[in-house]
Write a protein that binds this ligand. Structure first.
Ligand code: URP
Ligand code: ZN
Ligand code: ZN
Length: 487
């Protein structure tokens, strides 16, 4: 029997830290050796002219999830995980979404039953908590965290999901006690509601008005408020899908003051603008997501946040609703913007488009690319060093990137279940051609090589990133301020 099941040779490994010419030896799904001239494996892959990168970790995607208004995503755990794999992602963290009145255990059991028989790559879950009553926060949530679901998302907007500040504080206190990561959708609900009413009163219901209703200031105010609540309780927090500079600056200010506030952004804020929502007829509906794509200046600001380290993770926020009466247009063919299902697909293009427009143009360092697409999401959500890097002892989750392979992105070419892509016709100037998960070759020669259900559930650690600072910020002198010992 050979020493290795698989050896990747003649390539350069690239991680968040370094680039080294070395072979990768894999045994029983793990990386067991890195070095020159490794002994032959049961199988050898020649990576001459390819880059050997960690498989991506997509920490924000909606798969087989019913939206709060009852619209089902087009992707199930099979098509979603296949699509992710074809784009170089080997770990996904979708949501197990609680609808009000549901127990968290029931929610997780349901999602697990959907995912286990279908996923082709490894997966974990974040919870979505929409019902923050005492039993859920006090008993159910700690049990879920103990079971490895060590992060959860809460919302400041959407009628059926939003928590008020009081509930948010309760949730933050629980996260602090349990050392779980809180993800927050930060938009001011009443600002959006108020503008929406005014727009609809004036007959302005077309998709482009979605971006007017979801004003930048609504995002900035909610981001500021969320950070303030997190600061009050000394609880780390990640602001998801940041779209604009004012919100990004709130995050930067908090980070500069030493707070554990993290930010996430997504492809739609780098590659789309409000002009996409202003397409012929209802076509703009395909680009409606919240917060919405903004303008060229915002795109530049989001790029700078990705490059300068202000953002910690780059996720797809894949929220795939078909452009038909089952999805985007479930409220009718001429639905007003407030009734259009929110979200855009992006699992498969997340890494290739960022690589192409960031790394290949020289704008973004390749190590930073790996950091935001793989290493940081793994660290932020309790999966590192098992996932997100190439190191002895890590899972053999690897993507071989061909920097000479150009791919035209079209809905037909992608592997999700969608009938459109917002990025139709764009050219990716590099692509991950061989994708490996726990030593199994998942994608090779443009073919899927594994069975449905061969992905594994990931019970996650409590993230170091979610550990409270355990120090009082200057404004919180315990003699004159609330003290975290009361939590
Ligand atoms: O509209 C977006 N961004 N995605 C779907 C739901 C969510 O809030 O993440
Ligand atoms: Zn959200
Ligand atoms: Zn989302």
């Amino acid at each position: 029997m050979r020493k290795y099941d698989l050896v990747i040779r003649n390539g350069h490994t690239v991680t968040a830290k370094d680039k080294v010419k070395q072979d990768v030896g894999i045994k029983n799904g793990k990386i067991v050796a890195l070095g020159e001239n490794l002994a032959p494996g049961e199988r050898d892959i020649d990576a001459t002219d390819l880059l050997i990168l960690p498989g991506g970790v997509d920490a924000h995607c909606h798969i087989e999830q019913k939206s709060s208004s009852g619209v089902m995503t087009a992707d199930d755990f099979y098509s979603g995980s296949v699509s992710a794999a074809f784009g170089g992602t080997t770990t996904i963290l979708p949501f197990a979404a609680q609808h009000r009145g549901q127990s968290l255990r029931e929610v997780v059991d349901d999602y697990m039953a959907c995912a286990k028989p279908k996923a082709v790559i490894d997966f974990g879950f974040h919870l979505i908590i929409s019902d923050a009553d005492d039993a859920i926060i006090g008993q159910e949530l700690p049990a879920m965290i103990e079971d490895g679901i060590t992060s959860f998302k809460i919302y400041m907007t959407y009628d059926d999901l939003k928590l008020d500040d009081y509930d948010i504080l309760n949730v933050l206190a629980a996260a602090r006690r349990e050392q779980a990561m809180v993800m927050i959708h930060a938009e001011n609900h009443d600002v959006i509601r108020w503008i929406t009413e005014k727009l609809l009163d004036q007959g302005c219901g077309q998709p482009k008005y979605h971006a007017i209703a979801h004003a930048r200031i609504a995002e900035k105010e909610a981001t500021h408020r969320a950070i303030s609540l997190a600061e009050l309780l000394d609880t780390p927090m990640l602001i998801v899908h940041v779209s604009s500079e004012p919100a990004l600056n709130e995050i930067r200010r908090a980070q500069a003051r030493g707070l554990k506030i993290y930010g996430e952004t997504c492809p739609q804020y780098l590659f789309l603008t409000i002009d996409d929502l202003d397409k012929e007829g209802m076509d703009g509906a395909m680009f409606c997501c919240s917060p919405p794509p903004r303008d060229k200046q915002s795109q530049e600001a989001i790029w700078s946040g990705l490059i300068d380290g202000s953002f910690t993770v780059f996720s797809s926020d894949h929220a795939p609703y078909l452009y038909d009466s089952s999805g985007k247009l479930s409220a009718g063919p001429h639905a007003t913007f407030d009734k259009i299902a929110n979200g855009v697909p992006g699992l498969e293009i997340r890494m290739p488009l960022l690589f192409s427009e960031g790394v290949m143009t020289g704008r973004m360092d390749i190590h930073r690319f790996i950091e935001v697409t793989a290493t940081n999401p793994a660290k932020t959500y309790g999966l590192h060093p098992r996932k997100g890097t190439i190191a002895v002892g890590s899972d053999a989750d690897i993507a071989l990137w061909d920097l000479n392979k150009q791919v035209e992105i079209t809905a037909d070419a992608l592997h999700d279940n969608m009938d459109y892509t917002p990025y139709e016709g764009r050219i990716a100037k590099a692509w991950p051609t061989t994708v490996i998960s726990r030593g199994r070759i998942v994608v090779e020669n443009e073919k899927l090589c594994v069975e449905r259900g061969s992905g594994e559930y990931l019970k996650r650690e409590r993230p170091e990133a979610a550990k409270p600072l355990q120090r009082l910020v200057p404004e919180m002198d315990p003699k004159t301020n609330f003290n975290t010992k009361f939590i």
